[in-house]
Design a protein around this ligand. Sequence first.
Ligand code: ADP
Ligand code: MG
Length: 716
Amino acid sequence: MNAASTRAACHSLTTPLNRVRGVGPRLFEKLSRMGLSDVESALYHLPLRYEDRRQILKIGQIREQAVQVFSGTIIAAGESQTARQRKRLYEVVISDGTGKLSLKWFHYRKPLMQQRFIVGRHLIAVGEPRRFGVLREVHHPDIQFLQPGQSDADVLVADPLAYGCYLPVYALTEGLHQKTVRKIWRHLVTDYAPLVSSSLPEAICERQGLLPLTQALEQAHWPSADTPYKKLEAGTDQARRTLVFDEFFFLELGLALRRKGVTLEQGFAFTLAHRYTAPLARMLPFQLTTAQRRVLGEIKRDMLSPHPMNRLLQGDVGSGKTVVALMSALIAIENSTQVAVVAPTEILAEQHFLQFQPWLEKLGLTVVYLAGSTPQKNRKSILQGIASGSVDMVVGTHAVLQESVRFKQLGLGIIDEQHRFGVRQRAALRNKGRHPDLLVMTATPIPRSLALTAYGDLALSVIDELPPGRTPVQTRMLGEEDRQKAYRQIKAELAEGRQGYIVYPLVEETEKNDLLAASEGYDYLRRQIFSQFSLGLLHGRLKADEKARLMREFKAGHIHLLVSTTVVEVGIDVPNASVMMIEHAERFGLAQLHQLRGRVGRGATTSYCLLMRSERCSDEGRKRLEVMVAHTDGFRIAEADLAIRGPGEVLGTRQSGLPDFRVANLLRDGRILEQARQEAFQLVDNPDFAHGKAYAEVRRELTKRWGGRLELASLG
Ligand code: ADP
Ligand code: MG
């Protein structure tokens, strides 16, 4: 046994990093600050990127935007100034016969430079070339001078940690140097990567072309020289692919088991009686879109099957989810069961109630509203109605999930998730009946990769088409200096007989301030700007019937301009509204802005969305607003949101149960996720999986990674 393997043999993946070669107390402290404490976490701390130092390139072959190695002879050197800012710089021009390259320093000590860079001397430089006009230059390159008699090739072999290979570039923290980290990680990978064992079934590795885990880790830190640079750059090399697949696979395996656990249960097998759905179809003033029909077909198939439905319905704002939900509800009601519709806030729940109620009443059905604010005296009769079965549908908030709410026979639960509910709420609703069907709706589309992860145990239906006759909303970002122009534009719309919204953000400190901003704005606008029009003020503190009255008046066109806090975010549907101005727009999240903007652009004329940016808008805020200006497609916006904020933030990691990935990147690795998911779901369907000896290792690994989060008796 050599020294390295002896050391590894008496250590394990849980060995603390301060017991690793080269890591002293101060370094250990720094690494801990980066969240690296044991060997395993360090092994999975992969390079951010790689420098291609495999060979010395001819200057004529240089690509821009990547660190490379080149050599040449100094043909000129000296101090000069930048053209624009007249900053001092030191420039050295080298040539290798195929071209010239300019090396530049902006921080330097002149005597030292003069002493080192002498015309005729031969050197090797490492850096990232950029093109400025016809000339290519490298700023602050790493330099190595050749000794007399030494050739380029001698240098390549002489220092394996610097040349002749790919060099990893790691994320660092203050006071930590790339060279140090490289050296330590080199030892670490050699000593400890062999301890990592693969638990992926061999057949899957073969099908997916994966490496053994040990080799994948070694390669991910120090890619072999025959790996194409393009693959490393794109993160599609075999090593990284293996690690990402491994990570996704065990996640999806857990989700697949959860899903299977649900689908094996006995649920309602509904039939299509058409008693209410057919009359509704006749009453609707429009034809369903192809996407709505497809999705409804998927839902029907689930509802008719003897196992509980567990489905996520995604669709952009205004794509027409309500009518799909309504049709599904009627199927359940036709089969003498009840429906519960649950939303995360009172405003949302109320909006749903207002949307469902007229249709159900026309069909002679009974629908009730239940929320925290429901007065005690009404509550009793509502609860009785639900328990006796005289209520066909209850729409409400968390209040519906309370112990005291008992259904006679709950057939379908509809959750408007808005990313604010989690697995637990879904389970609570499910427990209100004997394995009822479950339909989860999200109004904010999220990228498919994220949906598969966050809602991985649900089947996915997507309404990917808007009803006909919409014209895309024109969005502009405006500053304070454009305010009067914005008011003029709103006036022009109102003068043409159309309507509009002015929205104020939620002020974080107190709800009072929030109201204050909107009501002060309202007074000013009513008196000073829009005096010839009729304005309304809508905010969260109004009583429900007051809100409903305002909404009715706005819908009827008696109110021209609605000034509001964010309550208009959801559900309001006034096709005649053609302009929306959003104050302090940068304070809103992208998803919320998208929701808000969805309130206009519902009619046939062009609509406008004016995003007012504050003076103190951050760069990130501005970036968000630019996304809104550039895109109207909710999926594109969601992807941009994911890129700016990351998955944890977008979904709220805690509620969603979404893990932090060590290696995977949801934006980039969507395809690998789909493949891992397919393999995992297939494996769970294999009758040997739950108990077979061949899969003991996989099951152990699954339990380890999911910890206590898999409540599954079926795993032996
Ligand atoms: P969301 O998916 O945002 O909940 P809604 O269900 O509120 O969307 O629908 C938005 C608007 O589009 C409503 O006015 C609704 O009546 C209308 N709508 C829905 N489906 C269609 C359709 N197939 N054709 C025309 N209009 C439709
Ligand atoms: Mg809706």
